[in-house]
Design a protein around this ligand. Structure first.
Ligand SMILES: NC(=O)c1ccc[n+]([C@@H]2O[C@H](COP(=O)([O-])OP(=O)(O)OC[C@H]3O[C@@H](n4cnc5c(N)ncnc54)[C@H](OP(=O)(O)O)[C@@H]3O)[C@@H](O)[C@H]2O)c1
Length: 378
């Protein structure tokens, strides 16, 4: 009886939160929500939970899950045409997502253009994050470059592509051994003073670099790989972020789709537009072996009515309130499935049991090929 009252109370509170979230949507998203609800004849999940990345002057509030935009036209094999991708991004806003992640190097350039075209007009109702750090010859990446001149050039061009007045969070994509991190921070600090950037972050750097960078200019977030098949950040990155009050944005939270259970040894990647084709964990042999992980996730989810993708995302969100995963998808059904992960409640004891089962499996294949591994952890 008490449980029934409690469930009723919870569902009432959720409905109120969802209605408030709809009321607060920008007009375009509110219209899209009404149109989609009318078309589908049902209401649909809205992500109402917010999380804060960073603290003090570097704090930035976002939805508990973000949207990784890369795969909408880059590196994830088949992708939707532009019209469908724009529609999906509108749907993401409509479903309560307020954090959208892209980078200059996705494409390069075309992913920022898509995000800019799709999300222009949403203004400060959403946050758009992008990244600098490379040199190009035309469309070909020729090396790392975080020199002040290159950062400024990139920000000018990205703002045009993104069709925004400022970048909400600007990340250094990869550490540049030729530019001291203090110099990078100084450049970003000037861009913040000029109003072109609001916050800054880094990707895939060591705890020592995080400390140096944070001292020069408080970081809002670190964006690095972290998921059930890559837990190295737990060693010294997460404790450092917690100590310094820096948020964490795990990228590839579904291990590039593998943790959803939809990939196997027969999956064919479109090599020119899918970096997984060259990744050691995505060879047919490694995928065949690593499917043992999916079996454990299926067993865990079967009695709870949740999917492997939802388990992977809920596990990350449960680790800390300052963690905001950014799964990518090209499908509305997957977006909704992923959003529902925010509602999953699992006891610490059950999470520990899952971790324990997974720890018995030796994962086959490195996460990165040697050349890309050489760029991380600096
Ligand atoms: N900072 C960095 O160095 C860095 C590196 C890589 C990525 N990133 C960022 O992280 C974002 C996400 O990373 P990611 O795309 O590599 O990996 P991911 O989010 O782990 O996985 C994306 C893949 O999972 C599939 N998927 C998503 N939800 C699903 C569901 N519910 N069921 C079945 N399949 C599902 C998607 O396919 P469908 O389209 O079929 O759903 C897609 O192929 C990127 O967009 C990018 O913004 C950053």
């Amino acid at each position: 009886m008490t449980d029934t009252i409690e469930m009723g109370r919870r569902s009432f509170l959720k409905t109120v939160a969802a209605m408030t979230a709809i009321a607060m949507l920008p007009p375009a998203a509110k219209k899209a929500h009404a149109a989609t609800t009318a078309k589908r004849g049902v209401d649909y999940p809205i992500l109402t939970e917010k999380r804060t990345l960073g603290t003090g002057s570097s704090a930035m509030e976002v939805s508990a899950l973000g949207f990784g935009c890369m795969g909408l036209n880059y590196h994830r094999s088949r992708h939707p045409d532009k019209k469908q991708a724009v529609y999906l991004l509108h749907q993401a806003v409509d479903h309560g997502i307020t954090l959208f992640d892209t980078a200059e190097t996705y494409g390069p350039f075309i992913n920022e253009e898509l995000v800019g075209d799709a999300l222009k007009g949403y203004g400060d109702k959403i946050k758009v994050t992008t990244k600098f750090g490379f040199n190009y010859n035309g469309n070909k990446v020729t090396g790392l470059n975080s020199s002040p001149r290159r950062i400024r050039e990139m920000v000018g061009q990205s703002l045009k592509r993104l069709r925004r007045d400022y970048i909400d969070l600007l990340y250094q994509h990869r550490f540049d051994p030729d530019t001291p991190i203090e110099e990078v921070a100084e450049t970003v600090k000037d861009l913040i003073k000029e109003g072109k950037v609001k916050h800054w972050g880094m990707c895939e750097v060591s705890a020592a670099t995080i400390r140096k960078a944070h001292k020069a200019l408080p970081l809002t977030a670190l964006q690095s790989e972290y998921h059930l098949m890559w837990r190295e950040p737990e060693e010294d990155i997460l404790p450092t972020l917690q100590e310094l009050g820096i948020g964490f944005v795990p990228y590839s939270p579904l291990n590039r789709g593998f943790l959803t259970g939809m990939l196997n040894e027969y999956t064919k990647f479109d090599a020119p537009n899918d970096n997984r084709a060259g990744y050691p964990r995505f060879t047919p042999e490694a995928m065949r072996h690593n499917l043992m992980i999916i079996e454990v996730l299926n067993q865990f989810g079967r009695t709870r009515g949740i999917t492997p993708a939802q388990i992977a995302l809920a596990w990350l969100m449960n680790k800390a309130g300052w963690i905001v995963p950014i799964p990518g998808t090209t499908k509305l059904s997957h977006l909704e499935e992923n959003i529902r992960a925010a509602d999953i409640k699992i006891s610490e004891k059950d999470w520990k049991e899952l971790e324990n089962e997974l720890s018995k499996i030796k994962i086959m294949g490195d996460r990165y090929p040697a050349d890309q591994q050489a760029q991380v952890g600096k």
